[in-house]
Design a protein around this ligand. Structure first.
Ligand code: NAP
Length: 241
């Protein structure tokens, strides 16, 4: 199918950074497909995009379910493919340190943040390679590049792994028109920080990045010409040491 607009698939698109990315990319002319587990949140983002005149669709999905991800990728490919994957789906757990580690939660975090990311990439990569054009923006974390004890074991494992996943993509695919970015934001004022052992108060949230700050960085990466690859981008709240 011939598409008029470039298509962006945004996982974690029902809230926070993913929702902000969906809005900014749609405003920039992309058709956006938003995925996450909560269909009502996706529908709200689709409605918000459409209210601005943009084009959006919801594709409910658990990125930790490989069969569901493969089916979604096949559906998207049959419908014209994906030009940009913004992988923002991610989570952490309250019991994140070894004195009290929630092992079941560790599996879920790694499945969503790392292996889920790999499955999403694998679902769109053949089409990108075939067209010789594609971008992957993995919304990782500053915790992947700066020692961050507070992030906990599973999250640190998953996000440092995401960095290696992106590096492996760029190593394997250079020259094929497919580019990947390891985007590493510091603290962002979203529902995500509610899972911390000590939930930040309003004063702490006020100096964090906003989802729009991160979405602007994603839009910058996506808008770079094909000769440019942004391998890694770290964005910190300016109040952070
Ligand atoms: N907030 C921060 O301080 C911070 C800092 C650095 C990096 N990040 C990263 O930024 C990304 C976005 O987080 P956010 O801050 O915007 O928080 P958020 O609002 O909680 O967004 C996370 C999104 O991921 C989705 N998600 C979680 N598990 C999923 C799964 N198994 N399958 C599909 N979707 C899933 C959630 O939707 P459902 O629950 O509906 O599935 C949600 O929409 C995450 O990858 C996070 O690690 C956040």
């Amino acid at each position: 199918m011939q598409r008029v607009r470039r298509r962006a698939w945004v996982t974690g698109g029902g809230s926070g950074v993913g929702a902000a990315c969906a809005l900014v990319l749609a405003t920039g002319g992309h058709e956006v497909v938003v995925s996450g587990r909560r269909a009502d949140r996706l529908d709200a983002v689709v409605a918000a995009v459409r209210a601005t005149g943009g084009v959006a669709h919801a594709l409910p999905l658990d990125v930790a379910d490989p069969a569901a991800v493969a089916a979604a990728g096949a559906q998207l490919e049959a419908d014209g493919g994906v030009d940009v994957l913004v992988a923002a789906a991610g989570l952490n757990a309250r019991r994140r340190h070894w004195d009290d580690l929630d092992l079941a939660a560790l599996d879920g975090i790694v499945s969503a943040n790392l292996t889920g990311l790999a499955h999403c990439v694998a679902a769109v990569l053949p089409g990108m390679r075939q067209r010789g054009d594609g971008q992957v923006v993995a919304v990782s974390s500053r915790a992947a590049v700066v020692r961050s004890p507070g992030a906990g074991a599973a999250y640190r494992m998953s996000k440092t792994g995401a960095g290696q996943l992106v590096a492996s993509l760029n190593d394997d695919l250079h020259g094929e028109g497919v580019r990947a970015t390891h985007l590493c934001p510091g603290d962002i004022a979203t529902a995500f920080v509610d899972a911390r052992p000590v939930v930040p108060d309003d004063a702490a949230r006020a100096v964090m990045l906003t989802p729009d700050d991160v979405a602007r960085a994603v839009a910058f990466v996506v808008a770079t010409p094909a000769r440019v690859r942004v391998d890694e981008l770290v964005i910190s709240p300016s109040a952070t040491p």
